[in-house]
Design a protein around this ligand. Structure first.
Ligand SMILES: NC(=O)c1ccc[n+]([C@@H]2O[C@H](COP(=O)([O-])OP(=O)(O)OC[C@H]3O[C@@H](n4cnc5c(N)ncnc54)[C@H](O)[C@@H]3O)[C@@H](O)[C@H]2O)c1
Length: 445
C-alpha cells in the first residue's frame, strides 16, 4: 500500500535524501524542512540487509510486509550460500510469511559477499538492516550512520566494552542527524510489555526493589568444523561459541530479559558479581563460551537484579522476567501484576501483537511520514553493556563496576578481517580453546 497523498510522499523523500546529504556534509538546512527541494513522487524506501541469516531474512521480510512502499535493493553476507538462502526465501512466492517477491529488486550486481560487502550495500539504501553476529555491529552501525542511513539493528550491539563505547558515540551522531534507529529488543514493541510498563510508571507496584530474570534453555545450533576451512571461516560459521562474534549467551539471548529489568527500573546497574562455568557443554565444538551464568546486578539505589541463563539440555526451561515492587509484582510472561495473592492487573493476551512485525511497522511508518521518532541505540548499547559486565563478572569471579568496565577500552575483536587471518582465540593441539577461569581470569590487575 502506498502513502495516500503527494505531500507526504515528497516530504518523505526529502527526509530520506536530506539525511543522506547531511551525511556527506552537503546540506545545512533543517532536516525536517518541507521547502520542497525535491519534487519526486517516488515514495520507495530502499532497504539493504547486512547479514542474511535467519534473522536477516526475517527482518527483511518484516520490512517488506509493512504498509509502506519498501523495496529490498541490496544484500551483503560473509558467505554466498547464506546470501542465496535468504534471497531464495524472500523471492519464494509460497513463503508462509507472505509473498514479497515483487519487492525484492536485488540483482547480481547488488549482492555483496565477504567482510567488506557492507561498504558496498549501505550506499544503495535509505534504511539498513544490521543482522550479522553482534561483534560486527559497532562497525556496521558506524558506517550506516556515517552514510546518513536509518537503521534497524539486532541486539546485542557489541561483544566488548570498546564496541559498546563505539555504539554509544555513533548513537549520538545518529541523534544529531535525526536518523531513526530501532534495536531488536522487541519486548519494547510488544503490547503486553508496554501495558505492564505503563502501569509500573503509574505506580501500581510502588518502588521496584528487585527482579529475577531468566533465559534457561537447551541451547542453540552448533556448526561442525569442515575440511579445508580456515580457522577464521570455522569461527564465522560456528559463531555462537566465540566471544568476539557472540559475547556468550548471557549477551546473545539473555540480554532480552536483562533489558526488561533495566527498562522498568529506568536505569542501568552500577556493578555486578556472579558465577558460571561450562559443565555440560565442554567439547571442542563449543568454542569458549560458558553453559551457565548467575549474576547479581546492583543498581545505584541498592536494588538487585538476579539474572540466570543456562544452555544445558534436559534442564528446567524458563525465559521470563519477574519484577518485584513494594506494592506489587510484575510477572512478564503471564502479563500480569499481582500482590499478596490478588491480581491487580491482567493483560488480555488475545490483544498481543507480533512485536517483530510491529518494530518494522512503526519504524517504516515514521520514515514514510518524515518523522524522527526512534533512538534505540543508546539503550541497546547499555543493555549490551549490562550483559557484558555480567559475563566479565562470571569469567573473573570479581566485582565488575559499570564505569570501570565501560571505560576500560577492552576489545576482543580481531585486528584484521580476512579468511586467512587469525581470530583472537585459537585452539590447542586437541582442538580445545582457552576457557575463562574465575580467580585466574583478570581484567584489571
Ligand atoms: N530479536 C530477536 O529475538 C532475535 C532473534 C534471532 C536472532 N537475533 C539476532 O540477530 C543476529 C543474527 O542472528 P541469526 O540467528 O540471524 O544468525 P545467523 O547465523 O542465522 O545469521 C548471521 C548471518 O550474518 C552473516 N555474517 C557474519 N559476519 C558477517 C559480516 N561481517 N558481514 C556480512 N555478513 C556476515 C553470516 O554469514 C550469517 O548469514 C544476532 O545478533 C542475534 O542475536 C535476534
Amino acid at each position: 500500500m502506498k502513502s495516500t497523498n503527494e505531500t507526504s510522499k515528497t516530504s518523505r523523500r526529502e527526509f530520506v535524501k536530506q539525511s543522506s546529504m547531511m551525511a556527506g556534509g552537503l546540506l545545512a538546512a533543517p532536516l525536517m524542512s518541507h521547502a520542497g527541494y525535491f519534487n519526486s513522487v517516488d515514495d520507495t524506501i530502499k532497504v539493504a540487509v547486512i547479514g542474511c541469516g535467519g534473522r536477516g531474512t526475517g527482518a527483511a521480510m518484516q520490512a517488506l510486509l509493512t504498509k509502506q512502499n519498501v523495496k529490498l535493493v541490496a544484500m551483503a553476507d560473509a558467505f554466498r550460500d547464506r546470501l542465496d538462502e535468504c534471497f531464495n526465501a524472500l523471492t519464494d512466492e509460497n513463503n508462509e510469511e507472505g509473498n514479497v517477491k515483487s519487492k525484492v529488486t536485488v540483482t547480481e550486481a547488488t549482492k555483496f559477499v565477504g567482510f567488506d560487502g557492507y561498504l558496498k550495500a549501505i550506499p544503495l539504501a535509505d534504511v539498513v538492516i544490521l543482522t550479522t553476529p553482534p561483534g560486527f555491529r559497532p562497525i556496521h552501525f558506524a558506517e550506516a550512520v556515517k552514510q546518513g542511513k536509518h537503521v534497524f539493528m539486532e541486539k546485542p550491539v557489541a561483544t566488548d566494552p570498546a564496541g559498546v563505547k563505539k555504539v554509544l558515540e555513533t548513537a549520538e551522531i545518529a541523534k544529531q542527524k535525526k536518523l531513526n534507529v530501532v534495536v531488536g529488543l522487541q519486548r519494547h514493541y510488544q503490547n503486553s510489555y508496554r501495558e505492564l510498563y505503563k502501569r509500573v510508571q503509574d505506580g501500581m507496584i510502588g518502588d521496584l526493589t528487585s527482579g529475577q530474570v531468566y533465559w534457561n534453555s537447551d541451547g542453540v545450533w552448533v556448526k561442525m568444523r569442515e575440511k579445508n576451512q580456515t580457522e577464521m571461516e570455522y569461527q564465522m560459521r560456528n559463531w555462537y561459541y566465540f566471544n568476539w562474534l557472540c559475547g556468550d549467551h548471557i549477551n546473545e539471548q539473555h540480554i532480552h530479559n536483562i533489558d526488561v529489568m533495566n527498562w522498568f527500573k529506568g536505569g542501568y546497574p552500577v556493578k555486578a558479581q556472579g558465577m558460571g562455568g561450562r559443565q555440560a557443554r565442554t567439547g571442542k565444538d563449543f568454542g569458549e563460551i560458558y553453559d551457565h551464568h548467575f549474576v547479581e546486578f546492583q543498581y545505584a539505589d541498592g536494588s538487585i537484579m538476579n539474572s540466570q541463563c543456562r544452555h544445558i539440555k534436559g534442564t528446567y526451561s524458563i525465559v521470563d522476567e519477574t519484577l518485584v515492587g513494594t506494592k506489587g509484582t510484575v510477572k512478564c510472561g503471564a502479563a500480569q501484576i499481582v500482590h499478596k495473592g490478588k491480581t491487580l492487573y491482567q493483560y488480555d493476551k488475545k490483544l498481543e501483537n507480533n512485536p517483530y512485525q510491529s518494530e518494522h511497522d512503526e519504524l517504516f511508518a515514521a520514515i514514510a511520514k518524515g518523522e524522527y521518532k526512534f533512538a534505540d541505540a543508546d539503550n541497546g548499547a547499555k543493555a549490551t553493556m549490562t550483559a557484558i559486565m555480567g559475563r566479565m563478572a562470571t569469567y573473573s569471579g570479581e566485582v565488575m563496576e559499570w564505569d570501570k568496565v565501560l571505560n576500560s577500552g577492552i576489545s576482543i575483536m580481531p585486528t584484521k578481517f580476512a579468511w586467512d587471518a587469525n581470530p583472537p582465540t585459537l585452539p590447542d593441539a586437541n582442538g580445545l580453546y582457552p576457557i575463562a577461569t574465575p580467580g585466574l581470569t583478570k581484567y584489571f590487575s
